[in-house]
Design a protein around this ligand. Structure first.
Ligand code: NAD
Length: 241
């Protein structure tokens, strides 16, 4: 895929590794001016072609400061998120609060920081990272995660509806299983990496786990695609079929 984002300022959260990193790299290839942000500064340091900034999306002051220094943001990719494993009986109040803070409230913080500028300029694209494990599909042992990712879809549609007349588009990406450092951690945490990996592959009808670069291509498309808004864009190897 080839899109020209020359002249566009793109801010990506969670860009030190995984899908966020692949997306920062893809936005650079598309010609955008990219601000790649993450908690993990050593991971950011190995990115090339981007501006980088330490940003903890849980911290409202940090969000306000980094967004103010970013300059006018044309495209916001809210990628930060975390997988809580377990059923509805397996989560504490603290785990629930953390999951909603990182997976949902952080996106609201970021949008509140950049949306007024987009509205002033009459254009902008917001991309929120959701998952097929959300309101799209029930997935075992992903109760809190799926609940937060379903909230991301509600947030996405709400922003899209409120700001469509202001020239703002807001879409969500719903991946299936994607190769990333945290996926490897989750597979290793089962105690049998190879069997867990085979099980994850088996649930993808296309017969493989996605590469982060494939999701990054969709993020670039959503930045460039001027006639889509308010949609949950599934990219899941047929998992939700
Ligand atoms: P990952 O989980 O391997 O990396 C996450 C990154 O987020 C890390 O660089 C980490 O430092 C950063 N981070 C964590 N807390 C942060 C904070 N408070 N502020 C800023 N950055 C923070 O990456 P991934 O697996 O590609 O996941 C990225 C997103 O994609 C998440 O929202 C995840 O839920 C979603 N997703 C992933 C998959 C998958 O299979 N990997 C599938 C569907 C959706």
């Amino acid at each position: 895929m080839s899109f020209d984002l020359t002249g566009q300022r793109v801010l990506v959260t969670a860009a030190a590794q995984g899908i966020g990193r692949a997306s920062a790299e893809a936005f650079v290839r598309a010609g955008a001016s990219v601000l790649a942000t993450d908690l993990n500064e050593s991971g950011l340091a190995t990115l090339t072609g981007c501006d980088t900034a330490r940003l903890d999306v849980l911290n409202a002051a940090s969000v306000a400061q980094v967004c103010a220094q970013a300059g006018p943001v044309d495209v916001l990719f809210n990628c930060a998120g975390f997988v809580h494993g377990g059923t509805v009986l397996d989560c504490t109040e603290d785990e629930l609060d953390f999951a909603f803070d990182l997976n949902v409230k952080s996106m609201i913080r970021m949008v509140q920081a950049v949306l007024p500028g987009m509205v002033d300029r009459g254009s902008g694209a917001i991309i929120n990272m959701s998952s097929v494990a959300s309101s799209v599909k029930g997935v075992p042992n992903r109760c809190v995660y799926s609940t937060t990712k379903a909230a991301v879809l509600g947030l996405t549609k709400s922003i899209a509806a409120d700001y469509v007349a202001s020239g703002i588009r807001c879409n969500a990406i719903c991946p299936g299983t994607v190769q990333s450092p945290s996926l490897d951690d989750r597979l290793a945490a089962t105690g049998d990496y190879d069997t867990a990996r085979a099980d994850f592959i088996a649930r993808q009808p296309l017969g493989r786990i996605a590469e982060a670069s494939e999701i990054a291509d969709l993020a670039v498309y959503l930045a460039a695609a001027t006639y889509t808004t308010g949609q949950a864009h599934c990219i899941d190897g047929g998992w939700a079929l």
